[in-house]
Ligand binder design. Structure first.
Ligand SMILES: Cc1cc2nc3c(=O)[nH]c(=O)nc-3n(C[C@H](O)[C@H](O)[C@H](O)COP(=O)(O)O)c2cc1C
Length: 224
């Protein structure tokens, strides 16, 4: 079986911060069977805001030449992505939003009637097939309101849905503030690792080593 690719996208500008750590832990959990992994920081990239030029409406392609296309290519080359963003002012970070807006804009296209009249805008289903198939969402904040976390995560879910990516796991966690706060929350770290493992399963990566029990026949394991 060809090696699978997993892409971690860190939407926090704080390298080594809580989002970064949780994305890394998830990747660690997902890497046991040798899937290729890469982690990118949106804050390292130059991604301009959508300027509503509407050029993408006819082609489905964004005409702004910047690092957005690098991320898009990486998402295309991936089998799964793990997207993490902290809550900033009740929504995703600016870095994450820039990516989402640009993806959104370049995923719709005008459809025409046979006589050339514009009919409606539709999602580019054929493009969706090119992107990663599975995704995970990590959204963290520092408040005690689950609602704000959920509304922020919803934006990330929307991004996944529009790319045709099935979200197979998410972490929503509050009360994280300083860099490394996440290390004080061992169950959360374990949850991230477990989520990575479940991503492997969702991607259909089979274990390469088996415990003795799994080598036994079904009859041995379930005697009547
Ligand atoms: C500019 C800014 C705005 C923030 N706004 C919110 C907010 O609206 N709600 C919230 O729960 N946390 C908010 N936070 C807290 C961060 O979500 C929290 O500190 C998180 O752990 C940062 O993640 P990081 O360690 O990956 O950078 C904000 C932090 C910053 C710097």
């Amino acid at each position: 079986m060809a090696k699978k690719n997993i892409l971690g996208i860190v939407g926090s500008p704080r390298k080594g911060g809580n989002t970064d750590i949780l994305v890394s832990e998830t990747l660690k959990g997902a890497g046991k069977q040798g899937a290729r992994q890469e982690k990118i920081y949106l804050s390292d990239l130059q991604i301009s805001p959508c300027k509503a030029c509407a050029k993408c409406i006819d082609t489905g392609k964004c005409v702004i030449e910047d690092d957005f296309h690098i991320v898009l290519e990486k998402i295309k080359e991936s089998d799964a992505i793990v997207l993490g963003s902290p809550v900033y002012c009740r929504t995703v970070t600016a870095q994450t939003k820039l990516l989402i807006d640009r993806i959104e804009a370049s995923q719709i296209i005008k459809s025409y009637t046979p006589d050339g009249r514009a009919r409606f805008l539709c999602r580019l289903k054929k493009y969706q097939k090119e992107y990663a198939k599975q995704g995970m969402v990590i959204c963290i904040g520092d408040s005690s309101s689950k609602d704000i976390l959920q509304q922020t995560a919803d934006i990330m879910h929307c991004f996944m849905r529009d790319l045709g990516i099935k979200v197979v796991g998410q972490i929503l966690e509050n009360k994280l503030s300083e860099i490394g706060d996440v290390y004080k929350n061992k169950p959360l770290l374990a949850q991230a690792k477990a989520m990575g493992k479940s991503l492997e399963r969702a991607m259909g990566i089979e274990p390469t080593t088996f415990c003795l029990a799994s080598r036994r026949s079904t009859a041995e394991l379930h005697p009547h």
